[in-house]
Design a protein around this ligand. Structure first.
Ligand SMILES: *Cc1c(COP(=O)(O)O)cnc(C)c1O
Length: 421
């Protein structure tokens, strides 16, 4: 459920009419709903109650500081995968005690930044990384809390580019080697083992792979405890999928996911951490675009939008589907037309949808891409020297620009000409 509904014939974000925002900021732009972000965060916390838990929002899905502050103020923790994301979490006022640091390639500088600024735990993904962290923490005279990310070798049954829990993926250490790795962690100075971490992929539409992974984590908890390690936290990752196609998708609900967590690891006396990104932010955002031209081709018609693959790359990168709806509500039983929906970038890959049945829309009309809050703005680029598009946050009947569109001067001034030219 989200808070983007038609009211009086016009698509709204909560109480704000989308055309009102379009007039203020120009198209294209992203718009996010505070109410939807809040609702999704609460679904997870409610699903995990009464287990001791922390819901750490995966910043990589939507990293605007205003969004992070919205969630942080509710008590959310943050899952960061870079020093930059760590600084975003801090800028949003989230204390280090609620920030977990994931990612396969943390640099020593990033470790130093988090150790000096405060960190809940590092999710360590390899032995070389563990040794580097030991060195950095020792040199600072502190102890780094760690969970080791184990790779449970389960098939997440999702898109190959976002599956992370098979043994051939680059993530974590093989679960079969966990004893060895934890033994080394216990020997190394500057490290304090606090738990186990697992994350098997993104956009999972079934619970079964989670169940397989979490049962393996439960077994491992017993084994590591019997080997003398203190396991007080289980970080179970993110990855719960969302319905991208309202007509036929029905992924599992956070309540069912919470029940699964309680069933598989609930009796281990551990604090549970989860790292949802997409399920909190995905359906909390729309990408709004204007129609530049309707071009009638041979055998197909093109809807040419002012948004392009550089603004929302998921369709060209993953073949992802986004529902596209007109901002002006089409009359009931109004005729539809098949369009290829494309952007202005000079690549055939700049196609959002092929042969999509849409209500009649024309030049100057606004359309909305649904489910664009996650992995939308954060993956945008300035390809074709198209400025990064604005982000807007709605809260009830008011809205604010939370990232402005840069001017062309700002973009050009980032380049510098060497003295020999
Ligand atoms: C990407 C990622 C997440 C979030 O995944 P979603 O599918 O957006 O929930 C959580 N944890 C880690 C380690 C990740 O890499």
């Amino acid at each position: 459920m989200d808070h983007f509904l038609y009211k009086n014939g016009t698509l709204h974000a909560e109480e704000v009419a989308i055309p009102e925002i379009a007039t203020a900021v120009g198209t294209p732009f992203y718009v996010y709903s505070t109410a939807t972000l809040t609702r999704h965060y609460r679904l997870f916390t409610e699903a995990l109650t009464p287990l001791p838990h922390l819901v750490c929002f995966a910043i990589k899905s939507l990293s605007n500081v205003a969004v992070l502050k919205t969630l942080g103020n509710l008590g959310a923790g943050m899952d960061v995968v870079s020093g930059g994301e760590y600084l975003r979490a801090k800028a949003a006022g989230v204390p280090g005690s609620r920030i977990v640091f994931s990612g396969v390639g943390k640099t020593r500088e990033e470790m130093r930044m988090a150790l000096t600024g405060g960190i809940r735990q590092f999710n360590v993904e390899s032995e070389p990384e563990m040794r580097a962290l030991s060195e950095v923490a020792s040199s600072l005279g502190v102890s780094a809390p760690i969970a080791v990310r184990v790779n449970p070798d389960v098939d997440a049954k999702t898109h190959e580019k976002i599956a992370t829990g098979k043994k051939e993926n680059k993530f974590g250490i093989p679960i079969a080697r966990a004893s060895e790795v934890y033994a080394e962690a216990a020997r190394l100075p500057g490290l304090q083992v606090v738990g186990i971490d697992v994350h098997i992929g993104s956009q999972l539409t079934e619970l079964e792979p989670f169940e397989q992974a979490y049962l393996k984590v439960a077994d491992l908890t017993h084994r590591l405890r019997s080997e003398g390690h203190t396991i007080t936290r289980l970080d179970l990752g993110g990855g719960l999928g969302i319905p991208y196609q309202r007509s036929n998708d029905a992924p599992p609900l956070p309540t069912d996911y919470g029940a699964l967590i309680k069933r598989t690891v609930g009796d281990l006396g551990c604090e549970v951490e989860i790292e949802p990104g997409r399920l909190i932010s995905g359906n909390a955002g729309l990408l709004i675009a204007g129609v530049i031209y309707v071009k009638n081709g041979e055998g197909r018609d093109f809807l040419i939008l002012d948004a392009a693959m550089n603004d929302l790359v998921r369709p060209s990168m993953y073949g992802a589907h986004h529902d596209i709806v007109p901002v002006a509500e089409p009359p009931v039983a109004s005729p539809t037309q098949e369009f290829d929906v494309v952007g202005p970038v000079c690549e055939t890959g700049d196609t959002f949808a092929k042969g999509r049945d849409l209500p009649l829309v024309g030049e100057g009309d606004l359309v909305a891409f649904r489910s664009a809050g996650a992995y939308g703005a954060v993956m945008a680029s300035e390809y074709n020297t198209r400025p990064l598009i604005p982000e807007v946050l709605v809260n009830g009947d008011h809205f604010a620009v939370i990232r402005a569109r840069p001017s062309f001067d700002e973009i050009l001034n980032r380049d510098s000409i060497p003295s020999w030219l």
